[in-house]
Write a protein that binds this ligand. Sequence first.
Ligand SMILES: *Cc1c(COP(=O)(O)O)cnc(C)c1O
Length: 830
Amino acid sequence: MVDAVMSSESPAPVAPAGGAGDEVAAARAAITAKLTYAVGKNAVTASDRDWFLATALAVRDRMVDPWIASSKATYATGAKRVYYLSLEFLIGRLLFDTMNNLGLTDVYRAALGDLGVDLEKLKTVEPDAALGNGGLGRLAACFLDSMASLSIPAYGYGIRYDHGLFRQVVKGGWQQEYPENWLSFGNPWQFERPEVIYDIQFGGTVEAIMQPSGYPRYVWHPSETIEAVAYDTPIAGWRGRHVNTLRLWSARAVDPLRLDAFNSGDHIGALVEQVRAEAISKILYPSDETPAGHELRLRQEYFFVSASLQDLIYRHMRTYGDIRSLADKVAIQLNDTHPAISVAELMRILVDVRDIPWDEAWDITCRTLGYTNHTLLPEALETWPVPLLERLLPRQMQIIYLINAIHLEKAKHVEGADDAFLSSVSLIDEANGRKVRMGHLAFIGSHSINGVSALHSDLVQKTIFRDLDRVYPGRINNKTNGITFRRWLQGANPGLTRILVDNCGDGILDDPTGLAKLVPHAGDTGLHDAFGSVRRANKIALARLIRDRLDIRVNPNALFDVQIKRIHEYKRQLLNILETIALYQAMRAQPHKEWVPRVKIFAGKAAASYHQAKLIIKLANDVAQVVNSDPTVRDLLKVVFLPNYNVSLAEMIIPAADLSEQISTAGMEASGTGNMKLALNGALTIGTLDGANVEIKEHVGDDNIFIFGLTTEEVAERRRQGIDAGAAIAASRELAAVLEAIETGIFSPGEPGRFAALTTALRHHDYFLVTADFDSYYAAQRDVDALWLDRAAWWKASLTNTARVAWFSSDRTIAEYAKDIWNVPVRPAG
Ligand SMILES: *Cc1c(COP(=O)(O)O)cnc(C)c1O
């Protein structure tokens, strides 16, 4: 049943052995029945999209029995449940992932082949569910796959955005944003649950009613109610052993319209309340690393937290009938601070609704919640103005004040606690216009606070939460991120997977640590050839995509140098572009030297309001324009910016990459997961000692990675001293020439000032230390060139990367969460 993993790109409709002919016939019948009775089409009139819908619905059917069985087993055994609260789930396409986990790929390929349909073609028809910005949302998606694969009874809870992250179009080199319509042709994976509805309330007043006990009881009288409706997507784990639920909430007005207004002719006014309510699940805020300071964003956060807590408490009470056992039966993980209001809301439910005394309620809350921190960037640590919280969530704000009072009382007893210490640990930031610090709230209300790489967790402890760590020692821990190999190796790179299975056995599909068997054979030239031919096929496929989308021809024999991620100054795409220009100038100066042919591939979205990032995209495109049309560099250098980076595009680019750019300013990338995907697929990393790069280096070994640049400590030291970009530029002939080329308008003919905002920042502030790291980056790139020319050495390093990164499987990460934070058992498949 599971050998389907090895599905090749060759669409040979060979029926798998062992009663598989029956399976193919059954799949054919299932698809045909769906096409007829669910889609309402026949084989003659069906479009690719119809076939996709029919196939997805047939595959979904295969999840339902194990889904129900998983749920029954959890109820029957009283197993502890995990709830993963995340404002983002960047799940991408589900058809291949699901078929792969269920072992159905070959059967369905054969069944569709019999019907005259190419399964590979259906892949591109499925819309990409882009319900996330980047790494944080993709992590949540990888975790869903791993939790199901380890048979952890878990729910993902989030928002069903009508429009996910914007669709990026590049026009004249500039990014433009358009709404993403992932639902416009229906979503075959979801089950609407119109009966699962919760009231979500906002505003109003709080009444204190004196009790006979002498203590008041607080009653919230909200002024606004909207409804949260559940949509469930089953998430099948590896080998289909366990199926979990991703439950996403959609907002709905209590009344669909005001009939009186409509009847009196005010057709638009009749719909105002509905529009206001439904705005909550309309779009995903395109804010990566910077919080949108919008009231609507806070409404979104509370909306999904309130619905999720009501839902899980309802399930708990129905099963156990006792709220006091919540922490023993439930673990809630907060993915970043977006669900941090959970702390106050859970306390409100326990104290006001369930009548639990405050201290006991607090104990339950802290034992139930865990918080994952994803960033140290000060501008990304969420805060909400006190007046806004008082207006929107008045009772929760009272509770936050009370939590803070008790907390500050405790903090006073820490040795050496002075006013500065107390104001730094307070939930209220008094210095900046009274704001609630959501990171602090999540920290204080959780028993576990984790960072996402060893370096990041260390910095969490030493910087942003240094003082809180002294009040609550022992809570901070590390859980280095991971990626699901089912999607990022088996799904994205079936050719490489086949080689790995041939050489390491199919046990690696269950447990990738077996990949280490490859290490002693890393110098084997036969393996090099096998790796090489798979990489070449992947590069040809990517070259075709580049030609089709951009009309740029790239040479598949060139080194594919890849930087794909959100566009952000700290990720330093600018550093890569400057190096590209320097290389271009060097090639023009000596066109006949033996150059390593390169294709520089960029992809990534910039937040719509982030001007510097959008200007970086423009620069990349303008450099591409000049370089790609310059006959002197011929095939030696090409620059490509692929628009609309998302999971599906990542799945095309990563298996074709030779070099992985992970060049953030040290201390600023929490972990990175793109770095793991690329290393797993055999790309060599060029990177700084930042985030998980540090641990990747430890696993693959110093000889198989290109490390350059300032360390975290050196970055901090430079910033303390004051950054002298002028000196760095003066000391580097290449860098000075590059900046001059940009400033004289070589890449912006007729408009030399186009990139002034970028070059001025580099010359005068350079907070991200691009100039300081330029020379060492340029030198590291020349080391890359040298290794590339030694083909055997290159492939040995590439193979070693694949062989040694098994530890970065999200199964390992989730097993650590399960053991250290959630206290739940894991049961791997296989
Ligand atoms: C993995 C992934 C990311 C995260 O990439 P980083 O390089 O770690 O920032 C972002 N977006 C998509 C679509 C991804 O697949």
